[in-house]
Design a protein around this ligand. Structure first.
Ligand SMILES: *[C@@H]1O[C@H](CO)[C@@H](O)[C@H](O)[C@H]1NC(C)=O
Ligand SMILES: *[C@@H]1O[C@H](CO)[C@@H](O)[C@H](O)[C@H]1NC(C)=O
Ligand SMILES: *[C@@H]1O[C@H](CO)[C@@H](O)[C@H](O)[C@H]1NC(C)=O
Ligand SMILES: *[C@@H]1O[C@H](CO)[C@@H](O)[C@H](O)[C@H]1NC(C)=O
Length: 359
């Protein structure tokens, strides 16, 4: 009975939406926000494969693909004033860094030590970069100690990575095919001992994030049919430090968090990078929509951030001097030249989760 009433209500709201248009405040209660470009196509030193997003405790921002399409083996730091500096170039030019996260430095160290994890798509590995001499906020980190955090040739990529505050690493990955099959996507777990284990076999997976308190793991999944994207969903797992995620009969338990077909019919636009703020709201990039959508911890859409200047939004992270400035990266929306990577900013009223873990 209750279901019937809610279906009737939903239908009448749906019909009213068509009749009254989208500018009616009652029917469009989600306020829209707009991000502002800070690295533009003219000034950009980034290629269009700009990806991954991290902050340090000073508020400098980190992302990959400094240079052009050929230099996928690079990471750069962007200072709060928008200046970019190369901080890492892997010795193997086939290395393709597509993800970056900042994790807590070793015990006894604070802001003097920067520790980054970065995923190598081609090398099927996660590198740890340790920069031990960060004495001031403006000092550009140089000459890291490089180690392999985990690796497995069975990984599809990794595409993106997420970390808990106690050193568990989760990886997404995909094989982009005309017709997706189970196995075109995966979920991997690297435990604190450095062992890599595959937890789930799926359609292609991409955005990945851990919620505050290391409670949940969010993972996006997309399906292609005959060359078109036909589904985009976000799943939620319960984190378990002994098995990666909670299992039932040896299988991971997951529940549907958002289905974009049901939400707003945008299932054809891929979910890309995802990040939590310190309150547990999930910020989700929609690659090709030029948009970030924000969900509360119950999966309810709170608002959208439009990024009119970036076509393919790929990733995002909170950074800046107070940890509230969301940095959004992706290929520039520039009709003349789409070979550059751009960065936009939007200021939140609270800090990012990674920022909180570093302080
Ligand atoms: C931005 O900050 C860097 C230090 O990281 C400094 O060298 C540079 O001059 C500054 N640029 C501008 C335009 O303020
Ligand atoms: C990716 O998909 C293609 C096409 O179906 C297949 O030939 C290839 O083996 C797949 N790669 C992996 C690593 O599964
Ligand atoms: C698949 O796409 C091709 C080319 O766009 C089209 O000709 C064909 O009819 C499609 N097949 C199906 C089963 O939709
Ligand atoms: C686009 O960017 C590339 C790489 O920086 C440059 O070589 C090319 O001249 C640019 N083209 C246009 C039309 O601006």
């Amino acid at each position: 009975m209750r279901e019937n009433i809610s279906i009737a209500l939903a239908i009448s709201w749906f019909l009213a939406g068509f009749t009254l248009g989208t500018n009616t405040p009652l029917l469009n209660p989600v306020p829209n926000q707009v991000a502002r470009l800070v690295v533009d196509p003219e000034g950009s030193q980034f290629g269009q494969l700009i990806e991954g997003a991290a902050t340090d405790s000073w508020g400098n921002f980190y992302t990959a693909n400094y240079g052009d399409d050929q230099t996928t083996n690079t990471l750069a730091m962007v200072t709060p004033n928008g200046t970019a500096h190369l901080i890492y170039r892997d010795s193997n030019s086939n290395t393709w860094l597509n993800s970056v996260r900042s994790i807590r430095p070793p015990p006894g160290h604070k802001r003097d030590h920067l520790r980054l994890l970065t995923g190598d798509v081609k090398g099927h590995r996660v590198l740890q970069l340790d920069y031990a001499t960060r004495t001031t906020e403006n000092l550009v980190p140089r000459s890291p100690v490089v180690s392999v955090r985990c690796a497995d040739p069975g990984m599809l990529q990794p595409n993106d990575l997420a970390v808990t505050s106690d050193d568990h690493v989760y990886l997404s990955g995909m094989n982009y095919t005309q017709d997706s099959i189970l196995g075109d996507g995966d979920l991997w777990w690297c435990n604190p001992q450095g062992e890599a284990r595959r937890l789930d076999i799926m359609y292609r997976t991409n955005g990945i994030e851990v919620s505050p308190g290391n409670r949940y793991l969010y993972l996006s999944e997309a399906i292609n049919r005959n060359g078109s994207v036909v589904a985009n969903r976000i799943w939620r797992y319960h984190i378990d430090p002994s098995t990666g995620v909670k299992l039932r009969n040896q299988r991971p338990i997951r529940s549907l968090f958002v289905d974009f077909e049901k939400l707003d019919q945008t299932q054809a636009a891929d979910v890309d990078g995802m990040r939590c703020d310190s309150q547990g709201n999930l910020f989700v990039t929609r690659n090709s929509l030029g948009q970030v959508v924000v969900f509360n911890p119950k999966g309810v859409l709170k608002f959208r951030i439009h990024v009119p200047t970036i076509q393919g939004v790929t990733n995002l992270e909170f950074s800046g001097p107070d940890g509230r400035v969301l940095h959004i990266v992706g290929s520039c929306r520039d009709k003349m030249n789409t070979t550059k990577g751009c960065i936009a900013r939007w200021t939140h009223d609270t800090t990012g989760l990674e920022w909180e873990l570093l302080h």
